[in-house]
Design a protein around this ligand. Structure first.
Ligand SMILES: [Zn+2]
Ligand SMILES: [Zn+2]
Length: 98
């Protein structure tokens, strides 16, 4: 699988980060605050976090799910960055392995 391409979208909540998911959604995440990442978990099982320490927040989120859920898939993981108006932000993603 090639790495997803993240892009910035602007909606009524301001800037967010999305990608072409493959389902009918436009999964969009944005930083929750200057020091906290926000996330979106798409209906199709893909997750991404955007903002400060996105990779750490994603790892904690997936670790927690793994403890609580029986059928949690194996994920392909990656970290990248995109540039918002305020500057670059970290993007961490986890997509279920096909
Ligand atoms: Zn969807
Ligand atoms: Zn999706």
């Amino acid at each position: 699988m090639s790495d997803p391409e993240f892009r910035v979208v602007t909606d009524d909540q301001g800037e967010g980060v999305t990608y072409t998911c493959g389902c009918s959604c436009t999964p969009t995440a944005r930083p929750r605050s200057a020091d906290e990442a926000g996330m979106e978990h798409c209906c199709c099982g893909k997750v991404h976090f955007v903002g400060a320490n996105a990779a750490n927040a994603l790892a904690a989120y997936l670790g927690d799910r793994k403890q609580r859920r029986k059928n949690e898939p194996a994920y392909e993981l990656g970290v990248t960055a995109v540039r918002l108006a305020k500057g670059p932000v970290e993007v961490a993603w986890a997509f279920p392995q096909e």
